[in-house]
Design a protein. Sequence first.
Length: 412
Amino acid sequence: MEVYHVTKSDTCRFDGLGDRPVDALGGKTPLEAAATPNLDKIATMAECGMAHTLGRGLRPGSDTSHLAIFGYDPEKYYCGRGPIEVSGLGMELKDGDVALRGNMGTVDDDLLIKDRRAGRIRDVSPFTKLIDGMEVDGVTFIVHPGTAHRAGVIMRGTGLSSKITEADPHEPGRPVETVLPKDDTPEAKKTADVLNKFLREAYKVLKDADANKERVQNGELPANFLLVRGAGQYSALPKFIDKWGFDACCIAGGGLYKGIGTFLGMEIIDVPGANALPDSDIEAKFKAATAQLGRHDFVFVHVKATDSLGEDGDYTGKKEFIEKADKAIAHLVDLPDDALLIVTADHTTPCELMAHSGDPVPIMLRGKGVRTDNVTAFGERSCARGGLGFIRGVDIMPQVLNLMGRLHLIGA
Ligand code: ZN
């Protein structure tokens, strides 16, 4: 679920909120089956509709659909998962950098994977700092710790490419993959070669590190190999404030969503207890969103667990989580006159499929000037009858500009 406030604008996005009818819920979707008095009250005061976030017939990822909803056409601006993830770690990207995300894993002397997460290590900073700044053939490797076993890597140098395979074989017992070029360009070959060299050099440093000797002595698995994936090449893009004129902030628990916020130049507001899990303190998030309304023009709130529960096929859990979110969103029912509230989702995650689908998601806009319609419930089928009709993700920001009186006149 996603919520936005615009100047004040508040956008709330419920990740993977949309669903399909579930027999065990009497043929309703989890959103339709959930008791949502607050969302329904907002719907009554709103203009409702449906959004194909990437366009009809396209099955959105969370990264691409968020870019589209923020008005960045993914065809033009999406450069892979790596750059977004490393942005979320506070790593600064320069034009031409190749960014990757990865795990600190455990390999044996034959480079066979023993554990992809080094025994679910909680903090990899003692290890990333040993290899951060290493240089191989004129390429600098910037390596920062992520949460738990995760890390971010930036390759900085000339003539690089993101057209490379990954090092992570994704299964214990298999050897570390040699990174290969995906096309015939010298850039892809160079990037793969330099990355392979770095990963093996880094392994030599890590396997003999004191911090790993200590882990082994304590009966823990050593963190001795960086399993990288998701290469993407960064090219500078306009910040949200430059593109739309709104000074924005991002309230999210999940790393990917903080990454998208950072990537677009939003201020990240950390809320204690917001952990992107079903027990996340979403009430604290919405309270924080209200507090940010006076400080920012645009507040983006992301709620994650609707998606994870859909991916687990847990329709009861999804319904109950939506009810919890509805209670929390009570803080946004009465907003100031100059606030615009948008509630939507980035994609549908049907419990039946346990994966993202191309079905459109409900969206509602509530604020001064909106043409309220006859929709009185926030749901997939009720919003399909709303005044907004069926729109694309990239149509949402122009809609916001219109309601905020910021559209240029075309003609005279
Ligand atoms: Zn998502």
